[in-house]
Design a protein around this ligand. Structure first.
Ligand SMILES: COc1cc(/C=C/C(=O)SCCNC(=O)CCNC(=O)[C@H](O)C(C)(C)COP(=O)(O)OP(=O)(O)OC[C@H]2O[C@@H](n3cnc4c(N)ncnc43)[C@H](O)[C@@H]2OP(=O)(O)O)ccc1O
Ligand code: AKG
Ligand code: FE2
Length: 362
């Protein structure tokens, strides 16, 4: 039986038991009809988004039409955006719209499952570490929790996905991964060309796109959205992230010049692309992995579906030889990629601090 709203507010153990242990997530909390936010979700004032730290001018991240993707001007726009903003949106990307709609529907269906069904995929019960249903980011280490539930699926093979991923969303998630492969390859080719890396051999291809993780994110309607966050400030640890968002909005990106936050408005049929830490390291800082965050909202539920395109866990990553061969100082050392990711996952979101792990001489 669900605890009453007053028990949720007065007993911290009861909240954690309901949200984390019983698998109801923040979706379950939201559906209890809370009128005020439980104190565990109240972020310190400096982590909240308000109008004073939002960009008020009309600067916005570029929307790039990929119809003529061999046009040098398109390549230039992509490389410029990756250098300046670390983020851009793409339209006419060749991922069929029905694939995007289907994976959004499947996300809603997964989160609509009963808590006990979703709990089968939790860290404690999942038959594999490659599948994880969870809430917030790292509830064990966070001072304030985040208003988000997620299902995270690390892609190993179609066979593993077919036997272990939740049946209600596995085909749709696999189709989205498969259909986005072409645009991912094209973007990486363009970005490598922009660094003077003309030939992508097998080992570079593994570093650029040797593994993939797909997350299904659910941000339920929130009482007092101004006091909390959907996702706190972080940069992705991927090479590139391909993000599908719905039409609710709430993703904000740091303008690294003004340090203010810029909204990434939903554009119908588009995909948001962002540079992750692995690409910042590989490119020796030429491409920027930029801090971003998601606000909570009081009007409705939001979903998003990022595909994190990554090196393989066993890859050693560091600035590419082509980038530093002309005497440019390497800003990052060589590191085992899985060490980097473990470092990211073991702490609460902390903005751009993760990349310090890779700083130093190679
Ligand atoms: C969820 O909210 C998020 C997520 C994000 C994500 C942004 C990204 O950029 S994700 C892309 C990450 N890259 C990869 O997954 C590719 C490379 N993968 C690996 O190297 C490995 O698969 C591994 C992730 C290191 C896991 O390997 P494994 O051998 O299983 O290692 P463990 O020691 O068991 O786990 C390490 C540590 O990480 C925790 N963890 C594992 N998976 C997840 C997950 N999906 N979500 C959260 N945490 C995870 C695991 O619990 C371990 O910690 P312990 O404390 O338990 O030791 C951005 C923003 C968000 O809000
Ligand atoms: O939901 C979003 O728009 C972005 C989520 C995000 O930044 C992430 O999952 O890494
Ligand atoms: Fe992110």
């Amino acid at each position: 039986m669900a605890p009453s709203v007053s028990v949720i507010h007065s007993n911290p153990l009861s909240l954690l038991d309901f949200v984390v242990n019983k698998g109801h997530g923040v979706k379950g909390l939201s559906e209890l009809g809370l009128e005020t936010l439980p104190h565990q979700y109240i972020q310190p004032p400096q982590e909240r988004l308000d109008a004073s730290n939002e960009e008020s001018n009309k600067d916005s991240i570029p929307v790039i039409d990929m119809s003529n993707w061999d046009d040098p001007e398109v390549a230039q726009a992509i490389c410029d955006a990756a250098r300046k903003w670390g983020f851009f949106q793409i339209v006419n990307h060749r991922v069929p719209i029905h694939v995007l709609e289907d994976v959004k529907d499947a996300t809603l269906k997964f989160f609509a499952l009963p808590a006990e069904e979703k709990l089968k995929y939790s860290k404690e019960r999942s038959v594999t570490n490659n599948i994880r249903f969870g809430t917030s980011f790292t509830p064990e280490t966070e001072k304030a929790l985040e208003w988000k539930d997620y299902l995270s699926l690390f892609f190993v093979s179609v066979d593993e996905a077919a036997s272990l991923w939740p049946p209600i969303c596995r085909n749709q998630a696999l189709d989205y991964i498969e259909a986005s492969e072409l645009i991912v390859k094209k973007l990486l080719k363009i970005l490598m060309n922009g660094l003077n890396v003309k030939e992508i051999d097998e080992s570079t291809e593994s570093i650029l796109m040797g593994s993939k993780r797909i997350n299904l994110n659910y941000y339920p309607k929130c009482p007092n959205p101004e006091l909390t966050v959907g996702v706190g400030r972080h940069s992705d640890v991927s090479t590139l992230t391909v993000l599908l968002q719905d039409d609710i909005g709430g993703l904000f990106v740091r303008n690294t010049e003004t340090m203010k936050w810029i909204h990434v408005p939903p554009v119908s049929g588009s995909l948001v692309i962002n540079v992750g830490d692995a690409l910042q390291i590989i490119s020796n800082g030429h491409y920027k992995s930029v801090e971003h965050r998601v606000s909570a909202n009081g009007n409705g539920n939001r979903i998003s579906v990022p595909i994190f395109v990554c090196p393989r866990p066993s890859d050693i990553i560091g600035p590419l030889p082509e980038v530093v061969q002309n005497g440019e100082k390497p800003l990052y050392k060589h590191i085992l990629y899985s060490d980097y990711v473990k470092h990211f996952f073991r702490k609460a979101h902390d903005g751009k601090a993760t990349i310090d792990f890779a700083k130093g001489d190679s």
